[in-house]
Design a protein. Structure first.
Length: 278
């Protein structure tokens, strides 16, 4: 069996772990184009068209945050049950569909509903992806893989500060949502075709983890902590709270940075949009 694994590995020019990493990179790139870039850059134009206050416009992101926070913890559980490939592919339907509908919203209420749907999809794009990367890369190569993956979201919303203002000035803010929505829907097919839950499904070992002569293709299962044991672990709360405060401070500022520049400081919209890029 081990010889079959080795022969299968030699027949592939590129280890499939890199294909999984590439698909994951594109998925996070588009996700953060939508969840941070599009909202931040397009919000000032939406406020003008809908004739709502900035506080009311904040309800749009509030709906996203609620659905995301409620469903994100469940995505790890669902990934354990049916695999990351199915979870990511299925929920990209919500990510792309909700984003496309944002371009059709005619007021605050529909925007809140549609962006809440986007939050449902976005909840399935981080935890399952990290789980897949850990399965596909050996223990000593996971840091490298996650390091390559990490710039995806920064590049995503950073580029929106350059691209979306051009679409808004030449066409309309609705087209920006529509284009990103189509991109999100295409992720359904991309991930469905390229992602695999474990290297063993393709007769491979994780990349960077050498095959040993007496090693089984499917390693013995490790003892897992129960959810209750995890909640009792002090390190879990320390890491979780640290991440919460970092995310809260960062996203709260980034979400309204362009709106503040364009509507409060009266900076030209195209220049204010660069705030999110730098």
């Amino acid at each position: 069996m081990i010889s079959q694994v080795r022969e299968r590995g030699r027949g592939m020019k590129i280890h499939w772990a890199w294909v999984v990493l590439g698909s994951s990179f594109v998925t996070l790139f588009i996700t953060y184009c939508i969840r941070i870039g599009a909202y931040s850059v397009l919000l000032p134009e939406m406020i003008k068209d809908f004739q709502v206050t900035k506080a009311q416009a904040g309800m749009i992101k509030g709906a996203f945050s609620m659905t995301y926070l409620i469903l994100a913890p469940l995505m790890g559980w669902l990934t354990d049950r049916i695999g990351g490939r199915k979870v990511i592919s299925l929920f990209c339907l919500f990510l792309g569909g909700g984003t496309f509908l944002m371009g059709k919203a005619d007021g605050l209420t529909l925007s809140v509903i549609f962006y809440g749907i986007v939050g449902v999809g976005a909840a399935a794009t981080w935890v399952p992806i990290v789980a897949l990367i850990q399965d596909w890369f050996g223990e000593k190569k996971r840091g490298l893989a996650l390091g390559i993956l990490s710039p995806s979201y920064g590049i995503g919303f950073g580029l929106m500060g350059l691209i979306l203002p051009l679409i808004v000035l030449k066409y309309h803010w609705r087209l920006g949502w529509s284009v990103l929505g189509i991109a999100g829907l295409l992720l359904l097919f991309l991930n469905g075709m390229l992602l695999r839950d474990r290297p063993e499904q393709m007769g491979l070992f994780p990349w960077g983890e050498p095959a040993k002569g007496e090693r089984e293709v499917i390693p013995p299962p490790r003892q897992r902590m129960s959810y209750l044991e995890i909640l009792k672990e002090g390190r879990f709360w320390m890491i979780g709270l640290s991440y919460f405060f970092i995310s809260y401070g960062t996203y709260t500022m980034v979400d309204f940075m362009v709106t503040y520049g364009a509507m409060e400081l009266r900076i030209p919209y195209q220049i204010a949009s660069l705030f999110i890029t730098v």
